[in-house]
Design a protein around this ligand. Structure first.
Ligand code: 5GP
Length: 225
């Protein structure tokens, strides 16, 4: 039986169950998406799991394998892809990235929610495959100058990598209109509040609350006290 998961805004009626959803966050590198994702996950009542991608990119010093990414080589990546073990995949900045399929199927099957930090190419594939259970949000930087500052401050990438990421940022930003929600991230706290609001509202969508019919007929058959 599907467990009842509480929305961030408060509990559903105990009889009402819910289908899990996938919240996809996309943005150019440096717009703050990773900080937002991490902050959202710290908030335990949100009951969210992060989808950990596989990538052929090298690990940054601050990253933890298995938590930020699973770092694999090109042959391993191609084997996963060719065996149908990836829900989606893309080449970004010259490296391969992909979402392992099984953890997603398992989590959604339990009625729990997942957050994906993936690019616009992956977003299109996930929408095609599990459309109704997908909610998409695009994070924009407040300015291109701020985006550059953030990439330079991070200081984990070489000059060439930063230049390549800035060029790619324009291509990524051009996809903003394919997303359900758009957040201009000029303040991390405010952006986090916006994301929590999106999640709370999407969890309450009528079509996601699978037990509503039974709950409402129960209500209607009750005698008023
Ligand atoms: P980074 O190398 O900065 O961690 O990520 C580069 C880009 O790849 C980001 O836009 C990130 O959202 C995207 N990305 C990370 N994991 C995946 C994935 O599994 N699939 C796709 N399509 N994009 C990903």
């Amino acid at each position: 039986m599907t467990p009842t998961i509480e929305p961030a805004a408060g509990p559903l009626a105990p009889e009402v169950q819910r289908r899990g959803l996938v919240l996809i966050l996309s943005s150019p590198s440096g717009a703050g998406k990773t900080s937002l994702t991490r902050a959202l996950l710290v908030d335990k009542p949100a009951g969210l799991t992060l989808s950990v991608s596989v990538t052929t990119r090298s690990k940054r010093p601050s990253e933890i394998p298995g938590q930020d990414y699973d770092f694999i080589d090109r042959d391993e990546f191609l084997a996963l892809r060719d065996h149908g073990d990836l829900l989606e995949w893309a080449e970004v900045h010259g490296n391969f990235y992909g979402t392992p399929r099984r953890p997603v199927e398992r989590t959604l099957g339990l009625g729990a929610d997942m957050i994906f930090d993936i690019d616009w190419q992956g977003t299109r594939q996930v929408k095609e495959k599990i459309g109704a259970d997908v909610v998409t949000a695009f994070i924009l930087p407040p300015s291109m100058a701020e985006l550059r500052h953030r990439l330079e401050r991070r200081a984990e990438d070489s000059r060439e990598t930063i230049a390549r990421r800035l060029d790619n940022a324009r291509v990524e930003i051009e996809r903003w209109s394919e997303y359900d929600y758009v957040i201009v991230n000029d303040d991390l706290g405010r952006s986090l509040d916006s994301l929590r609001a999106i999640l709370a509202a999407e969890r309450l969508r009528r079509e996601r609350q699978t037990g509503l019919e039974g709950f409402v007929s129960g209500l209607l058959s009750e005698r008023a006290a």
